[in-house]
Design a protein around this ligand. Structure first.
Ligand SMILES: [Zn+2]
Length: 399
């Protein structure tokens, strides 16, 4: 229980960039003055927070000491394994990226080789950051689902051929000596939003992730919903287009085959909007997708229509989720989001209003993530911060 109170106090401080006084913390948490004092002392000793000046409330009483997060107290590392690129980040305690690195995902899909490259690049990241290794509390790893969270295994990700049941967590724990957490990239992205997304990361929201695949991260009442096996949010087979193209699952028009960058590129090539080019690898798809978005923003009506159709299907899928969960907002992100943002944000809010079951009661917020393209890597590191320091954590890495 002591640990729980400690994380409650820590969470209240971290959510207030301007800091909080002990008196405010007593009022907010309902804990006794003595308990708050003791916990603040421990947090100061552990360098998680600092005393940052004094403030007086409307000139009444004696000035109160402000407690604030100590950015340099601890750090967390994050690695996002994407079919096209592996991204590495080191975050300070406030969620700021202090070091960043990228590695093209080796095309030879031999997991041992890839794991050795990941380890080397991680060591390089730490060395270049100048951060003392003992201040890094853990390493988070985000990858396309499904995952076997108990064993720390990527089961058989559809877009990473050859990665059948790779025991990533154990291998990286052995090579780095750090605790390693494994989660789906979409889940990690939602955690990034709660840790560093500011206003859009509070309350209840659906994080709609547009990567090589499509997925959702669910946060309800400031808590991440992982599901029974850590695989909540597998939304790829929501049908938005019953007459659409066939999907591997046996249905037609799933969002997995209508709103992914690959499916938009396929459609563009089939209709002559783009000249056919090889797009077997994620990098080739990325390049073709670039051309499609460029054509649309240069006024090519047929290219624009492909993106608009995808936006409409996206809105239908999002509405299925937001009507089910009754959330404050939907937050879009993922590596392809930046290229779609302007067009999607023009179209989707209006459609969601139409599809929303509660539009007569309240509006549904629509936002693009503030975290940027690296949201899954930042999320992977945020997993470590979340597990170490938030009240919902069942295990605390620091203890
Ligand atoms: Zn399907």
């Amino acid at each position: 229980m002591g640990d729980f109170n400690r994380s409650v106090i820590f969470d209240a401080i971290r959510r207030a960039p301007e800091g909080r006084s002990r008196v405010e913390l007593v009022e907010m948490t309902g804990l006794s003055t003595q308990t708050v004092s003791n916990i603040a002392r421990r947090l100061l000793d552990d360098e998680l927070i600092v005393e940052a000046g004094k403030a007086s409330a409307a000139g009444l009483g004696k000035p109160r000491t402000i407690l604030r997060l100590n950015p340099e107290g601890h750090y967390a590392a994050g690695v996002h394994i994407d079919p096209a690129v592996i991204t590495f980040v080191l975050l300070d305690l406030t969620g700021q990226v202090v070091a960043h690195n990228r590695l093209k995902t080796p095309t030879a899909a031999d997991p041992d080789h890839v794991m050795a490259r990941i380890h080397d690049r991680f060591e390089q990241l730490v060395a270049e950051s100048g951060v003392a290794r003992e201040k890094i509390v853990g390493l988070g790893l985000a990858a396309p689902g499904p995952i076997d969270q108990e064993r720390g295994i990527i089961v058989d990700p559809p877009n990473l051929h050859g990665w059948h049941r790779v025991p990533l967590r154990d291998a990286l724990e052995a090579s780095t000596g750090l605790p390693v957490l494994v989660d789906k990239d979409v889940t990690a992205a939602a955690v990034a939003e709660t840790w560093v997304g500011g206003e859009t990361g509070t309350g209840s929201f659906v994080f709609f992730y547009i990567g090589t695949g499509i997925g959702a991260g669910l946060v309800l009442g400031d808590e991440l919903m992982r599901g029974v096996s850590g695989n909540a949010g597998e939304i790829g087979h929501i049908v938005t287009d019953p007459d659409g193209p066939p999907c591997g699952c046996g249905q037609r028009g799933c969002i997995a085959v209508t709103i992914t960058p690959q499916s938009m590129v396929d459609e563009a090539e089939a209709t002559g909007v783009l000249a056919p080019a090889p797009h077997e690898t994620p990098r080739e798809i990325d390049a073709q997708f670039d051309l499609l978005c460029e054509a649309a923003s240069n006024g090519d009506a047929a290219a624009g229509a492909i993106l608009d159709r995808a936006a409409d299907r996206t809105a239908r899928a999002v509405a299925a989720l937001t009507n089910l969960l009754d959330v404050d907002r939907v937050v879009f992100g993922g590596p392809f989001w930046a290229r779609l943002e302007a067009r999607y944000l023009e179209r989707i809010p209006r459609l969601l209003d139409e599809y929303s079951a509660t539009s007569a009661v309240r509006g549904l917020g629509v936002a693009g993530t503030g975290v940027g393209d690296d949201v899954a890597a930042v999320g992977a590191a945020s997993l470590v911060l979340e597990r170490s320091f938030t009240p919902s954590a069942t295990r605390l890495l620091l203890d």
